[in-house]
Write a protein that binds this ligand. Structure first.
Ligand SMILES: [Zn+2]
Ligand SMILES: [Zn+2]
Length: 64
């Protein structure tokens, strides 16, 4: 399985950020299938909610 950093957000969600292919992934030059957990190199604590969460802060830029 490939290597990831885990971003532990304030909302409680953890976001996996791809870092590096494992040996198997390097052979096919592809990440292992999604859904496989992967190997977490580092867990980073983040003080704000993840991007998937409904946000309280709105940016008034363009829509869409
Ligand atoms: Zn892999
Ligand atoms: Zn979240």
């Amino acid at each position: 399985m490939c290597y990831y950093h885990a971003y532990s957000h304030r909302c409680g969600h953890t976001e996996m950020v791809f870092q590096q292919l494992c040996a198997k992934g390097q052979m096919i030059q592809q990440k292992c299938a999604r859904g496989q957990e992967g190997i977490i190199l580092t867990t980073v604590k983040v003080e704000y909610p993840c991007s998937a969460c409904p946000k309280k802060v709105r940016t008034t830029s363009r829509a869409g």
